[in-house]
Every structure is written in structure tokens, then in C-alpha cells.
Design a protein around this ligand. Structure first.
Ligand code: GLU
Length: 472
């Protein structure tokens, strides 16, 4: 039995700005498809447009990919550096008759188009040089055009869009090499995909029409077509194209907002792809389940609530040490101070009670103030309200009970509950000032968790600070 060909996919971003969330989703789909099948996932930077491509944008893409954990095989390929190869293929096409030299001037082309428009004909340029005798070629600049079929149809069997048909009269003799000899992007993509051994082209459906035109190059070269899967755009919650108006569109903004990469992957995978009713899943599950047949034909709408919800579940499910490792770069991108060894240790010990109910690392860090800050814990405005004279009295009275308590969850609960009962106090009357004393904040883990994490001595110290501070 013949062995199935190894799957090779790629992401081919143009480095002309930041990394768009749509590019990240396309990358994820390609990564899942290849990695789930023991295939290869490649990276090609489409930097042929020298005016618009910048090294900073390339860096931003590579960083975004790394943050998302989408690793690629081998080095990132620069399309620009492959110009000699593109030219070589164009020469081959010229030699075989699959392409021809066109000496038409821009003025001639404009005049053709204006006339065509006036007469209600297609404005696709019909070059007089297509069948010209080479003996008549002038010594003048020329472009290289593909010799596209003029009748019949071009069909793309797309894994998402189904069978899509174009009348060949609608496809023009597209330019492969410009008059300065540089390849067009439309042409370079085909040569690169072929040379890189790409078997599956999974990309945005804004490239669907390009597939028809690009397929002509494959045919002219006698190359096999890749499998195509053109995935629908991402829309904003209102059904309009996702834009800044709806919220962040750059991948790095999501990192800075504190979303965990695993939650982001889960959410982006669900954005336009589904596996039954599964919403929350692990990478292992996504790798096992992902298939082109699960990609929806309709555009997906970005739902920030759902993203947060999934991110919260991923934070809660993650290993404590992995969370600490991911929080450090998060702090770095937000410009926060790096963790000291002492803080990192505290964060690790507290993680079990911090990771429940935090939807972002920002929320988690806020709750971690009791372990990241240091004495004296000056209460913020809200916490201050829980430290009125009566509450401070409660803290003072509670102190000996904590001094004598056994330092375990049961021991602490017993000490606090015992004191509450003896004084006919509701637990909240004690927990609120205690929380304010321990953290100086109102959004914290439970007081028992905080006391367990920081220990007896530190607990009593902070209570003393709060009680004394109030005396002044
Ligand atoms: N460079 C194109 C883009 O950024 C992608 C081309 C492709 O995937 O074929 O939209």
C-alpha cells in the first residue's frame, strides 16, 4: 500500500504591520492540521513588497507566533531572498510558451481599459503581444505574463468552499515578472509553495480568487495543485469585519491583556471550526480532532466573553509552575517589574488559590497582591472602609486565637469560627477586616488561604500593622 504523503502546511504572513488575530487563527489551523498528522508546519515571510515590509513587523509576527506556542519547522523563509528562483521559473515558462513577454506601455493598458469600460466589456487586458512574432519584439521594457486559457473554466475544489468555478474569460493574463524584473506576489506564492513542498494551503477566503489565478501557474508548470481550504473571515460581534472598533486586533495586545496562550489557542480554534459541542479542550484534543471538514463556511464572530470564559478555564486547569512561567513574560510586556525570587516563590505557593476564577493574568496578579506586596499593607480606599474602630477591635481580640491556632485550614477555620460564635458575630464581620489587614485590598483569595500561604508570623504582623495603624 502506498504511504500517504506527509502533510506540509505553512503560514505566509506579509510583514507590513502588527500580527493580526486573523493571521494567528490561520496559523493555528495550519499548525493543528500539520502537527495532528505528523506533518510539517512552515513559516514564510512574504516580504517582496519592499516599501511596506519592515523588519519590526517580521519580529512582531515571530514573537506573536512564539507567544501562541505555534512552532514551525526549520527557519522562516524570506520570499524576497528567493527572487532568483522566481525569475528562473518565469524563464522556464517563457521557454515553454506558458508565459510571454508583453511590451505594452501603461498608457496603452489604460486606454484599453477605458475603451473596454465604455463598451461594457471586461477590463481584463488582452495583450497584443500574446501571439506576436519574437522578430517584432522592440528593444524596450517588458513584463512577463502568463498565457491564461481564453475559453473554458477553471475549477478549484476547495475543502471549505466546495467546488468553485471561474469562467476563463474572467481570468486575465496576470503579470508574473514586472518590467523591473521583480516577481509579483501572486507568482512568488506558487513557486515558493511548490519548492517548500506545501501540500495544503489553508488561508483566508480573501485569497479564494487568487487560487484560481495561481492554479494557472501550477498547470503551466505541470505541477500538482495543493489541497485548498479557504477559511472565512473573522467578524466583530456586530457582524462587520473585525476592526479596532471592536477591540484589540493585534495578537500581542492579547498577550498584554493577560490572556493565557492555551486559552487563546482554544478560542481561536473554535473561531470558525467546531468539533461537536466541545468548547473547552486541550491542545492534545485539538490536535486529535482538528480537520478541514469541521471548518465552518460562514464567517465567525469574535466573542470577547467566550474568550474570557475559556481563558479562565485554562488558567484554572493549568499547572502552577506553568502559570508562573507564563506570568513572567506577561509582566515584562506590561512593563511591570520582574519578580524577585521571594515573590516568585510566594506566587508558586499561592497559585493554587489564585488560579480559580481568574480570567486573565491581570486579574490573577491583582489577587496576588497579598503575596507580591510587603508590609506595611496600606489599605486601599475600599479596604479602608473595613477598618473602622469596631473592626480594629475585632482584629485585636482575634489575635490571641490565631496565636494559639494550629496552622492548618481546619485549625484556622475553627479559631475564627470559635471567636465568631463566642461573640455572636457573623463570619463576614471578621473576614472583611482580616482581608483588609492581610492584603490591603478587597479582591483577594479567601482569608484562610492567605493565612496559610503567608504563615503565622506574617499574619500576626499584618494584623498588628492594621490595628496599630488605626490607632494613630
Ligand atoms: N501573504 C498573504 C497574506 O498575508 C498570504 C498569502 C497566502 O497564504 O497564500 O495575506
Amino acid at each position: 500500500m502506498a504511504e500517504a504523503k506527509q502533510v506540509v502546511t505553512r503560514i505566509a504572513p506579509s510583514p507590513t504591520g502588527f500580527m493580526h488575530i486573523g493571521t494567528a487563527r490561520t496559523a493555528l489551523f495550519n499548525w493543528l492540521y500539520a502537527r495532528g498528522r505528523g506533518g510539517k508546519f512552515l513559516m514564510r515571510i512574504e516580504d517582496t513588497d519592499r516599501e511596506r515590509s519592515t523588519p519590526e513587523a517580521t519580529e512582531a509576527i515571530l514573537r506573536g507566533m512564539q507567544w501562541l506556542g505555534l512552532d514551525w519547522d526549520g527557519d522562516a523563509v524570506s520570499q524576497f531572498e528567493r527572487v532568483a528562483r522566481h525569475t528562473e521559473v518565469a524563464q522556464q515558462l517563457l521557454a515553454s510558451g506558458g508565459a510571454y513577454k508583453c511590451f505594452s506601455s501603461p498608457e496603452e493598458i489604460t486606454a484599453f481599459r477605458e475603451a473596454a469600460r465604455a463598451e461594457g466589456r471586461s477590463t481584463n487586458y488582452l495583450s497584443p503581444w500574446r501571439d506576436a512574432d519574437p522578430a517584432t519584439f522592440p528593444d524596450a521594457p517588458f513584463v512577463v505574463r502568463i498565457r491564461a486559457p481564453r475559453d473554458g473554466e477553471t475549477v478549484i475544489e476547495d475543502e471549505v468552499q466546495g467546488r468553485v468555478t471561474w469562467k476563463n474569460t474572467d481570468l486575465d493574463d496576470m503579470i508574473l515578472l514586472r518590467s523591473d524584473g521583480t516577481p509579483t506576489y501572486m507568482f512568488a506564492v506558487v513557486v515558493d509553495d511548490m519548492d517548500m513542498g506545501v501540500t495544503h494551503v489553508i488561508r483566508g477566503d480573501d485569497h479564494l480568487a487568487n487560487a484560481a489565478r495561481q492554479s494557472l501557474v501550477y498547470k503551466a508548470m505541470g505541477w500538482p495543485l495543493p489541497v485548498y481550504a479557504h477559511i472565512p473571515l473573522i467578524l466583530g460581534p456586530d457582524g462587520k469585519k473585525l476592526s479596532k472598533r471592536h477591540g484589540a486586533t493585534g495578537v500581542e495586545e492579547y498577550q498584554a491583556m493577560g490572556y493565557p496562550a492555551a486559552g487563546m489557542r482554544n478560542y481561536l480554534a473554535r473561531l470558525g471550526w467546531s468539533h461537536g459541542d466541545d468548547e473547552f479542550f486541550t491542545d492534545a484534543q485539538a490536535l486529535e480532532w482538528f480537520d478541514l471538514s469541521g471548518i465552518n463556511k460562514a464567517a465567525a464572530r469574535f466573542d470577547f466573553k467566550k474568550l474570557e470564559n475559556l481563558c479562565g478555564q485554562h488558567i484554572a486547569a493549568a499547572e502552577d509552575s506553568d502559570l508562573v512561567a507564563e506570568i513572567e513574560p506577561f509582566l515584562a510586556v506590561t512593563g511591570a517589574d520582574p519578580l524577585t525570587d521571594f515573590q516568585r516563590d510566594g506566587l508558586s505557593r499561592a497559585m493554587y488559590c489564585l488560579k480559580e476564577r481568574a480570567k486573565t493574568f491581570g486579574e490573577l496578579i491583582e489577587k496576588a497582591y497579598f503575596i507580591l506586596g510587603s508590609r506595611p499593607f496600606v489599605p486601599d480606599e475600599k479596604a479602608e472602609k473595613s477598618l473602622d474602630p469596631v473592626s480594629r477591635g475585632i482584629l485585636r481580640e482575634l489575635t490571641p486565637h490565631l496565636q494559639n491556632a494550629s496552622w492548618s485550614r481546619d485549625g484556622l477555620e475553627e479559631a475564627v469560627a470559635g471567636y465568631a460564635e463566642a461573640n455572636e458575630l457573623k463570619l463576614g464581620k471578621i473576614a472583611q477586616p482580616l482581608r483588609a489587614a492581610l492584603a490591603g485590598r478587597t479582591v483577594t483569595p479567601s482569608v484562610f488561604d492567605m493565612m496559610l500561604v503567608i504563615g503565622r508570623e506574617e499574619t500576626l504582623g499584618r494584623i498588628r500593622d492594621a490595628a496599630e495603624q488605626a490607632e494613630v
